[in-house]
Design a protein around this ligand. Structure first.
Ligand code: HEC
Ligand code: HEC
Length: 425
């Protein structure tokens, strides 16, 4: 009886065991084929990514070649490394990013340009914001002048008055200007524009050919104006005493938010002015920032009038076309010179009755020494001297502070002289 019972039990046990083993084999088989499928899918994915990478590399290579970057020196290395993604950058790709210029001129590309050519490019690409003479329009930055103001409460920091390194000018203009169209300037355009900015700051003359070779010949006005920060060595110990906690103010008040102090006009370009916030009119300010969106406001009437075009003259002498051309050419002078009834001095002297005027001969205008000297010699403005002066101001009177490169076309000179005569006599 016991034996039978044992036999049945063994039999049942053996049957169970077979079942269990069978299920195990099934599971193992399933897992194996799952793993195989996964491996296959993974391999397909890798192949896919590799194909895509090759395609992108190829496109990049074509783009580089058609952008004039020359031919690519070697095929792009294939995916490598532990994760199978990424690759070493090509020398051409590194070169495209590695554009910075150092104070000693390292990093400058081939090319050159002078202020004479730069004037045209500058007026076209930069003048709308920075003014045709780099004098700045509305709130846009001024790039020229401001000398002797650095110690003032409100210093005018320009490329001329403030910047110590020429490399910064080149690099900054090349990378980030024109505002909104960064990266569009060629090397030659950049050299010419930078030369024009330097010329407007009386750093170089208009024939100076700026290039990699002449770069270090330029002496920036403020090159010596910066000192190394030695406070840690010299002053730090003095700050380390007990802090003074006497005579403190009872009440602390916020009087202004930096959001109102932004220099750059918001949307609306050069015709907008900053929102004129007052101390009582501070908008609410929360942890999320100001509940305030700067909006362009109407240009004040006064400012609008100041930039209005000079009146077209009445064409009495019949040569209307010449006077019209003269009015157009005079736009180049307008930023600095006024003419007509009640004209006042600006950056330059008013130009009423300039024919027959002794050079530098108007009382109350601060002329350059060169101008005063010419006046003392008894030199006078007439058709001839004016024509010569306006063709090359810096050459005709060496040391003049008139920052104007000169007219290239004789027609412009004839027209502007007719205009001066018709409006200023
Ligand atoms: C649409 C208006 C606009 C145009 C066009 C433009 N700029 Fe600017 N520029 C700006 C603004 C705005 C700033 C200030 C940017 C800032 O502070 O981040 C600036 C700053 C500069 C500065 C630095 C000024 C300083 O002292 O900090 C230089 C130099 C400059 N621009 C040169 C140029 C040149 C050269 C061109 C033409 C190729 C040009 N800009 C075209 C708007 C313009
Ligand atoms: C960036 C400012 C600026 C521009 C632009 C400019 N001038 Fe001048 N101009 C001056 C200054 C400053 C002087 C005085 C020069 C000096 O003292 O060395 C001057 C002097 C003169 C003089 C001599 C006046 C006198 O009393 O002896 C004449 C004429 C003149 N400019 C005509 C022009 C004409 C015409 C244009 C346009 C084609 C022009 N200027 C463009 C700033 C400028």
């Amino acid at each position: 009886m016991l034996g039978v019972a044992y036999g049945i039990a063994t039999n049942m046990y053996a049957g169970d065991k077979v079942d269990v083993m069978e299920r195990q084999v099934e599971r193992a088989q399933a897992a194996a084929s799952e793993a195989a499928a996964a491996a296959e899918a993974e391999a397909a994915r890798v192949a896919d990514i590799e194909a895509k990478a090759a395609e992108i590399q190829n496109e990049a290579r074509l783009a580089l070649a058609s952008a004039g970057a020359g031919s690519v020196s070697q095929p792009a290395p294939m995916a490598d490394g532990r994760y199978g993604i990424g690759r070493a950058a090509l020398p051409e790709e590194i070169a495209a990013w590695d554009v910075d210029v150092l104070p000693d001129g390292r990093g400058l590309p081939e090319g050159s340009g002078n202020a004479f050519d730069g004037e045209e490019v500058f007026i076209e690409k930069c003048g709308s914001c920075h003014g045709d003479f780099a004098e700045g329009v509305d709130n846009w930055p001024v790039l020229a002048g401001g000398f002797d103001t650095l110690a003032d409460e409100d210093p005018v920091k320009t490329v001329g008055s403030y910047w110590p390194y020429l490399s910064t000018v080149w690099d900054y203009v090349h990378r980030s200007m024109p505002f909104g169209e960064a990266g569009t300037l060629t090397a030659d355009e950049t050299y010419a524009i930078v030369a024009y900015i330097l010329f407007s700051n009386d750093v170089i003359d208009d024939e100076f050919e700026l290039s990699r070779e002449t770069f270090l010949d330029v002496e920036m006005h403020n090159a010596e104006g910066f000192v190394l920060d030695d406070r840690e060595a010299l002053e730090y110990s003095q700050w380390r005493g007990e802090p003074c906690m006497e005579n403190c103010k009872d009440e602390v008040q916020i009087t202004m938010r930096s959001v109102f102090l932004v220099e750059t006009p918001p949307e609306g370009g050069s015709d907008s002015v900053m929102n004129p916030a007052t101390l009582d009119g501070l908008p609410p300010f929360t942890a999320d920032g100001p509940a305030f969106v700067p909006e362009p406001t109407e240009k004040p009437v006064e400012a609008a009038a100041a930039t209005q075009d000079v009146e077209e003259p009445a064409a009495e002498d019949g040569d209307a076309a010449l006077l019209k051309a003269g009015a157009k050419a005079f736009k180049k002078c307008q930023a600095c010179h006024k003419i007509g009834d009640g004209a006042k001095h600006g950056t330059g002297p008013h130009l009423n009755a300039v024919f027959g005027r002794t050079i530098g001969g108007i009382d109350g205008f601060k002329y350059s020494t060169a101008f005063k000297a010419a006046g003392e010699e008894g030199r006078v403005w007439d058709e001839e001297s004016l024509a010569e002066f306006l063709a090359k101001p810096k050459e005709y009177i060496k040391g003049t502070k008139m920052s104007f490169a000169g007219f290239k076309k004789e027609d412009d000179i004839a027209a502007v002289l007719a205009y001066l005569k018709a409006n200023g006599e």
